[in-house]
Design a protein around this ligand. Structure first.
Ligand SMILES: Nc1ncnc2c1ncn2[C@@H]1O[C@H](COP(=O)(O)OP(=O)(O)O)[C@@H](O)[C@H]1O
Ligand SMILES: [Mg+2]
Length: 250
């Protein structure tokens, strides 16, 4: 016959519990106090939130390909100083993003590409990765890099080229010129060669196929063959479809 136990089992005896509670009460702690149900704050995520446009502050990487990419990048992240003499010691820092594949999110306006891009950045931060990231639209980048007095565009470009995680939004939307093509090429080429994770979004299909309407511009024509070749080498292309979510909200 199986023994029957009172349910639920007390974890400690009644006497011990009373003593424990008395000790806690001495210190002003109350076991019955409800714990706050908000999750622990994550300082890195809170810091990132401040830099994320309001529209995307709740974004999560719902798209399976974007979620898979986040897992890959988080898996590649390494703690600094882990490969020293004592590999198990000295791993005091947070994991840092180092290298990995990139993403090309493409599809019509309003299908959620930028939303997923910020979702990925938020997820990496929440996963405890040290994410030094920079987000810009291609048009803003060109504007910032235009030669003007008092600014050093070359320095800025070199900094952006080396950022561990870059979101280059709306590539191909700005009017192309030889100069924009050269800037894009230098940026993308560097990041391709150093395998620095980059999220590129574009409103255009990457290349012309039989399904692309004749009047629809494609990314290759906007950014040139050299850029497109690097992008196709480094990126997983993810197509976004569906209606414009901005219209649906109204
Ligand atoms: N998965 C989602 N859940 C909730 N809102 C979304 C989602 N995806 C996009 N949105 C909202 O729809 C609008 C358009 O999305 P956005 O990412 O800016 O589109 P795109 O970059 O493809 O033009 C934004 O206001 C965004 O916050
Ligand atoms: Mg967008």
């Amino acid at each position: 016959m199986r023994a029957r136990f009172a349910d639920p089992q007390p974890a400690i005896s009644e006497r011990l519990r009373e003593r424990l509670e008395a000790k806690l009460a001495e210190r002003g702690l109350d076991l019955d106090r409800q714990l706050p149900d908000s999750p622990e704050p994550i300082p890195a995520l809170e810091a990132a939130q401040a830099r994320i446009p309001v529209d995307y502050r709740d974004a999560v990487p719902e798209h399976p390909d974007v979620a898979a990419w986040v897992r890959t990048i988080a898996g590649n992240a390494v703690a600094p100083n882990t490969d020293g003499v004592n590999p198990h010691y000295g791993a005091t820092g947070r994991r840092q993003i180092t290298h990995g594949p990139s993403l090309l999110l493409w599809g019509p306006t309003g299908t959620g590409k930028t939303h997923q891009a910020y979702g990925a950045i938020r997820a990496l931060t929440a996963a405890g990765c040290g994410v030094n990231w920079y987000a810009t639209t291609a048009a803003d980048l060109y504007a910032e890099l235009r030669p003007r007095t008092g600014a050093d565009p070359e320095y800025l470009l070199r900094r952006i080229m080396r950022i561990p995680l870059l979101l280059l939004d709306d590539l191909g939307a700005a009017k192309p010129s030889e100069w924009t093509e050269e800037i894009t090429f230098r940026l993308v080429n560097w990041r391709c060669q150093h395998r620095l994770p980059t999220i590129v979004t574009s409103n255009m299909p990457p290349v012309r196929t039989s399904e692309v309407p004749a009047r629809q511009p494609v990314l290759r024509e906007r950014v040139g063959d050299r850029v497109l070749s690097r992008l196709s080498g480094m990126c997983t292309a993810v197509e976004f479809t569906g209606p414009d979510r901005r219209f649906q909200r109204r």
